[in-house]
Each structure stands twice: as C-alpha cells, then as structure tokens.
Design a protein around this ligand. Structure first.
Ligand SMILES: [Fe+2]
Ligand SMILES: [Fe+2]
Length: 294
C-alpha cells in the first residue's frame, strides 16, 4: 500500500486492524446494490427483489416515500409503488445510507462525538460528490457517492479501536501539529488509509477505495483522478455547508487551489462555482433528509 509513513508502524497497524473481532462487516446487500447501480438498464423490479429481503429497508423506503418531501396525499404501502415514485437514484442512496448507518451505529459505541453528526458530514460529502459527478462524469456518479459516504470512516475506526494512538494524535494536535501529520507520526498511516483498508477488506472496487484513500491528498493519486478530485472538493463543500460561518468561503477557497484550476483547464464545465446558482442548487439537495442520519 502506498502511504508516506513509517513502514514498520504501518504494518503493525494493518495487522491489528485485521485482527479486530468487532470490525464492521460489509452489509450483505451492498455488493449487490453496487452491481445493480453499475448497469443503467437495471429495472426497478431488481431493486424491489433486493430490498424485499430486508424488512427494515422496506420500512425505510416506505418512511421516505411517505415523508413530507414527496408531498403525497395518500399513504403509500406498496414497495413497488414507493420505488417507482422515489426513482432509481434515490433508491440506491437509501439502500446505502440505511445499511451503512445501521452497521456503523452498532459498531461505534465509544466515540467522543455524536455519530449522527459524523454521518451527516458523510451524507453531505456523498451528495456533493454525486452532484459534481453528475455534471462532469455521470458514469462515475455511483462510485463518487459511495466514496463520499465512506471517505472518513477511518476516523471512528481510529477512535474506537486504536484508543491509545487516538489520544497520542490528539496530544500532538494540541501541541500544534497538523492532524494528518500527527496521524502519520503516531500510526504510520492516516484515517484515509484506514478507511481504504477496511473497504479493500470488504472487496469494494478500487474506483471507490482509491478516492477514499486520497481524499485529503488528491495530487498524490494517478488513478481515478476525476473521482478522487470530486470527493476531495465534495468534502470541502460539505464542511463549508455544514458550518454556516463558512458558507460563503467555498469559491474563494477553491480558487486558491491549484487542483481546481487544473480541473478547470481539463473540464471547462467545472466552472460551476462561477455560477451563483451552484451552491443554491446544491444546498437544498444535500440537506434533504435522505433515509436516516441527518
Ligand atoms: Fe478525512
Ligand atoms: Fe470529511
């Protein structure tokens, strides 16, 4: 694995990670959902068959379709009807959100922060990555969404399963060290590496694991450059949008970033930030209550 830290510390952490009994397992439905999402011809009936296997997911779909967002006059109780109202893209997002949220919430019991706030950041990033991908590389929208949703999952893994290292990292940060540097100093790798290791262990495709690994350092990545860049910017958009005091800094911040200029040259349509409506368009979309968490 290509990380910048101390090789000995890194392999020790990897071995410990592999031996963690309580490490979350990939929800069974996910590989099948990813497969369905990769085929644009997948009929709704295939999703119906998949979702029907999980009563909790059926309940989640019905809860979503009957939420005020859809403004339906009559209550929907048929899964097929609910799925046709919600549409394929939203169905995919509900499956991912509900399944991962349930798995992670059960796993992470010792966190010093509210898991749902963490999950809200993940959802914001996923939605922003999805919207960027829809504009620039539509065929990668599903991968961008999943990478956005899981990009920071190394953080709760770190705190839950590597308590001593977590305290050492926080101590170094209090002393003034930058977080990423502190992670690498203590562990030989970062939360991005931990997250991608978990996803590799789950056999998630590398079009997702690589953007997760490089979400803080996209310049270092050669493969899947576009998805990596979209997740990187989506993460920053999510941080700014969740922090109302930073809502207006996005354009200024992005325009100081060489990578943004690189993208502008390669993809003139990336000039989205020059369009005042961009953030307005993204805001209501990503603040929608998708299934759970926010
Ligand atoms: Fe991160
Ligand atoms: Fe993040």
């Amino acid at each position: 694995m290509d990380v910048e830290g101390d090789g000995r510390k890194m392999s020790e952490i990897i071995n410990r990670l592999k031996s963690i009994q309580k490490l979350p397992a990939c929800p069974k439905i996910i590989p099948q959902a990813i497969k369905l999402s990769q085929n644009p011809e997948t009929p709704i009936s295939a999703y119906e068959k998949l979702i029907a296997q999980d009563p909790a997911l059926v309940a989640e779909v019905l809860r979503s379709v009957n939420s005020p967002f859809y403004g339906l006059r009559n209550k929907v109780s048929s899964l097929r009807l609910a799925l046709s109202i919600i549409g394929l893209q939203e169905i995919f997002r509900i499956i991912l959100n509900a399944s991962f949220h349930k798995t992670f919430k059960k796993t992470f019991q010792k966190l010093s922060y509210n898991f749902d706030t963490f999950w809200a950041h993940s959802q914001y990033t996923a939605n922003a990555a999805y919207i960027l991908a829809k504009s620039f590389q539509p065929e990668a929208a599903s991968e961008a969404y999943i990478a956005g949703l899981l990009h920071d999952i190394g953080l709760p893994i770190l705190e839950e399963f590597f308590c001593e290292e977590w305290s050492d990292i926080l101590f170094l940060c209090e002393e003034g060290m930058e977080f990423h540097q502190a992670e690498v100093n203590v562990m030989g790798l970062s939360h991005s590496d931990l997250a991608s290791l978990l996803l590799e262990h789950w056999k998630i495709p590398e079009a997702i694991t690589i953007p997760v690994r490089y979400h803080h350092h996209p310049q270092k990545c050669k493969k899947y450059k576009e998805i990596v860049t979209m997740v990187y910017f989506a993460d920053r958009l999510a941080i700014n949008l969740m922090n109302s005091s930073q809502e207006n800094v996005t354009q200024e911040q992005f325009e100081k970033d060489d990578l943004w200029f690189e993208m502008l040259e390669r993809y003139p349509r990336y000039r989205v930030l020059e369009n005042e409506d961009f953030i307005n368009q993204i805001q209501p979309y990503i603040t929608r209550k998708i299934a759970v968490g926010v």
